[in-house]
Ligand binder design. Structure first.
Ligand SMILES: Cc1ncc(COP(=O)(O)O)c(C=O)c1O
Length: 371
């Protein structure tokens, strides 16, 4: 899809519905932040973030995600992407050499780890999350996982798999980075708690406002094992001397007022309805396609038939004004698994779901006809 032309039907998987950004509540918090900031608050301050936000985050994460959080071990960052880079650099500086990443996962996560000087080893993912049996063969010093809702497969790490992973962390003296980017969006039940809550000394918790509020905020956070706090704080200082502080004060106020909870309650209802509509439309228009994964997040994975060419389908869809992605965009070895589309509903207006999916079905038929 040309960057200059917005797709008519936007089913990209990673984008939230920013049209619902709580502008008024955020503005109120920004006003409050600027109005009450002292002269000292306008200096550089602690690169790990402003104290009021670290306290508010520790409260929120303990309450909502079961994170064992403490403001002294909490670092505010400019998003998950920066968080991963900071932790990888801190680990590399302490002697780590190798890091395992889920396959499939965002290739930029692999690149971020590699740029920090770590050797990246891909490890497979099944319905239960990362394959710990494969992980055991890597001799990695660290691993990145998405236990609550792995991106892009949508797998949830089940209890037994969590125990195996924690046993591996202990026996290998390794660290896990937990990417908890969209865990608040679970529609069928309360989300599973964070892995970090089970082993706070070996799991780095990483969260982000990009899915819950908007990517434009560039706000993320880490809750670290005590031994990593100074090293990550130093990396953060070297990276940018700290995330924009006025936004941090604003976010602290926003959290303290319960605005994030309120926004999430509203969005869960909306996304759940949209997901249901999308799943119904997919079943109706393409009964041969299997919708996989739990009722969570901002996209569904739709498994095509084995003879389908997922790239040809994505290209054909783009020609017809439909933007979406396929699992191959995230695999280290394209073509190595069942052809699967990633169909996002964050950006798609409710009224566009049915016609968009009908059009996608036409694109699939056309791609099949050409094969
Ligand atoms: C798997 C995953 N983790 C984390 C993020 C959030 O990254 P950031 O906080 O840098 O915007 C994203 C955003 O698309 C993502 O897809």
């Amino acid at each position: 899809v040309p960057a200059t032309k917005a797709p008519r039907f936007d089913f990209r998987p990673a984008v939230p519905d920013v049209s619902m950004f709580p502008r008024r509540a955020w503005l109120r918090s920004v006003r409050q932040a600027i109005g009450s900031a002292t002269d000292a608050d306008l200096g550089y301050g602690d690169p790990r973030g402003v104290e009021t936000l670290r306290r508010a985050l520790a409260d929120y994460l303990g309450r909502v995600r079961g994170v064992v959080a403490d403001p002294a071990r909490t670092v505010v960052t400019s998003g998950y992407t920066q968080s991963e880079g900071l932790v990888c650099r801190a680990l590399a500086a302490a002697g780590a050499r190798r890091i395992a990443l889920e396959d499939p996962s965002d290739p930029e996560q692999r690149e971020t780890a590699a740029r920090a000087g770590l050797e990246v080893v891909p490890v497979g993912v099944d319905e239960g999350g990362i394959r710990v049996d494969e992980l055991e063969r890597t001799r990695a010093d660290a691993v990145v996982v998405g236990p609550a809702h792995q991106f892009p497969t949508g797998a949830v790490m089940a209890g037994e798999r969590r125990s195996e992973l924690l046993a591996w962390l202990r026996s290998s003296d390794a660290i896990a980075i937990e990417d908890d980017y969209d865990a608040e969006y679970r529609y069928d039940r309360a989300p599973v708690g964070a892995l970090q809550g089970l082993e706070p000394g070996r799991v780095v918790y990483a969260g982000s406002a990009s899915k819950t509020l908007a990517p434009a905020l560039r706000l993320g956070w880490l809750v670290l094992p005590a031994e990593l706090v100074d090293a990550v704080g130093h990396e953060k200082h070297l990276a940018d001397r700290g995330t924009a502080r006025i936004e941090q004060y604003a976010f602290a106020d926003f959290l303290a007022r319960g605005e994030l909870d309120r926004h999430l309650r509203r969005m869960r209802v909306r996304y759940r309805a949209r997901r249901d509509a999308l799943v119904d439309a997919l079943h109706e228009a393409m009964p041969e396609v299997e919708v996989e994964g739990i009722a969570a997040g901002l996209h569904v994975t739709a498994r095509l038939t084995d003879t389908d060419d997922e790239r040809a389908i994505v290209d054909e869809a783009a020609r017809r004004g439909i933007a979406l992605e396929s699992l191959d965009d995230y695999r280290t070895a394209p073509g190595s698994g069942s052809p699967t589309l990633l169909v996002g509903y964050g950006q798609s207006a409710d009224s566009a779901i049915r016609p968009g999916i009908a059009r996608l079905a036409e694109a699939i038929e056309a791609a099949r006809g050409r094969a």
